[in-house]
Design a protein around this ligand. Structure first.
Ligand code: ADP
Ligand code: MG
Length: 396
């Protein structure tokens, strides 16, 4: 029960997504800026964390990087409070923790710090409840700051440029993710591979899409970001493309991507809410069984609960790995409630008390328990009668 509650809390908080690829110029920063703005346009509260010393995400979102007083560098190295470094952008609902060129030296300065791979996680965890999405723009390296980003993140987006040798170096990144997953952050998932700078006129672009799709299948975003000069222009004006040219291909593609991510994550939340309803149904059954059979054996009921837990964990695991349509099919709350109802009816039939109740109910109510606030069902001592009140409540 407790772990289940924790999971629910985890999913009701913001999600940290790192954008990583040790190759430069693949579109990490462009995606971070424009995905963040599009998520904000979908009324999500978004924070961009610029973890690249080049500070392109900061300047691309209109921050004057020469006049930044508090950047991610001071938070990482001097332990400054991150909320002081948060800067508002021109887009409503979109904030940024800017970067600074000093970040180049941060990796060496952090070497002596305790728990040096988890510093960014400690900085961002308190901010998770304020934001729906926190996007970390990583630098083109797999150094300590990128390791910090992947340790802090719930998932990672891997932008892949549509060009020859698109997947070159990916195995190294995947290996790093694997090591971080096993040593530092077991919950890290791949949010998706994103194809960027896609040029539909070139046959090569399609071939590359197929090449990425073959090994990574469902992990490849349906949305591809097409090559569009407005994206570069907008960045040079310090704006996301949504504010620069809302009708451009670049703008539309990033809105589609934001929608895909929101849907993907809400279907997961949906799966959890279905899980909750499924769990309720099973617990209801156990509850009914306990009341009707009069089972008071705690060990037995704990066993039943653990069976329910296991059954549900398997389901959620399958749902996460299947596509969303299967996920919702296996979490049909109506079906679960129906199962609970049928089992309860069976238990009803086998229960002597209930037979007595159904035959004698009108007489008993008035004769035996006129002082009870809720209808008692059988001439039994009060604790049993309370059990029946429970039972009654389950069916209304
Ligand atoms: P990274 O952060 O991975 O180094 P950037 O996002 O900075 O990559 O992109 C590198 C260059 O490519 C930038 O000049 C950017 O404007 C340009 N660029 C990125 N995505 C696109 C796109 N879809 N269409 C056209 N130009 C793009
Ligand atoms: Mg960049």
């Amino acid at each position: 029960m407790f772990s289940f509650a924790l999971e629910l809390i985890r999913y009701s908080m913001g999600k940290i997504i790192a954008l990583a690829n040790q190759k430069g110029g693949v579109g990490k920063t462009t995606t971070t800026i424009n995905l963040a703005a599009s998520l904000a346009a979908l009324e999500k509260k978004v924070l961009v964390v610029d973890a690249d010393p080049q500070a392109n995400a900061s300047s691309g979102l209109g921050v004057d990087i020469r006049n930044v007083e508090l950047s991610i560098y001071e938070c990482l190295v001097n332990g400054e409070d991150a909320s002081g470094a948060i800067t508002q952008t021109e887009v409503e609902g979109l904030d940024i923790i800017p970067s600074h060129i000093d970040l180049v030296g941060a990796e060496i300065e952090m070497l002596n710090l305790e728990n040096r791979e988890r510093i960014l996680k400690q900085i961002l965890t308190p901010l998770k409840e304020k934001y729906d999405f926190i996007l970390i723009d990583c630098s083109p390296s797999l150094g300590l700051i990128t390791v910090n980003a992947l340790t802090a993140a719930d998932s990672v987006i891997i932008p892949v440029q549509c060009e020859y040798f698109a997947l070159e170096g990916i195995s190294k990144l995947l290996n790093t993710i694997k090591i971080i997953k096993s040593k530092l952050n077991p919950a890290l998932e791949i949010e998706g591979f994103l194809l960027t700078m896609y040029d539909s006129r070139l046959r090569l672009a399609n071939q590359i899409y197929e090449e990425v799709k073959r090994p990574f299948r469902d992990l490849v975003f349906t949305t591809v970001i097409q090559r569009n000069v407005k994206l570069s222009e907008a960045s040079s004006y310090g704006k996301p493309v949504l504010l620069y040219d809302a009708d451009s291909k670049g703008s539309i593609n990033h809105m589609q991507l934001a929608q895909e991510i929101v849907e993907k994550n809400s279907s997961l939340t949906l799966a959890y809410s279905h899980r909750l309803s499924y769990k309720c149904s099973i617990l209801k059954m156990i509850h009914v069984a306990r009341i009707v059979t009069g089972a008071t054996n705690k060990a037995a009921s704990r066993y039943l609960e653990s069976m329910a837990e296991k059954c549900i964990s398997n389901r959620i695991y399958n749902a996460r790995n299947a596509d969303t349509s299967t996920a919702s099919a296996s979490y049909n709350p109506r079906r679960n409630t129906l199962i609970a109802f049928c089992v309860s009816i069976l238990l009803f039939i086998f229960s002597f008390d209930i037979v007595v109740f159904s035959l004698l109910f009108p007489v008993m109510y008035t004769r035996f328990y006129p002082h009870y606030p809720i209808i008692p069902f059988a001439p039994l001592p009060p604790p049993r009668a309370f059990g029946h009140i429970n039972l009654f409540l389950l069916f209304i």
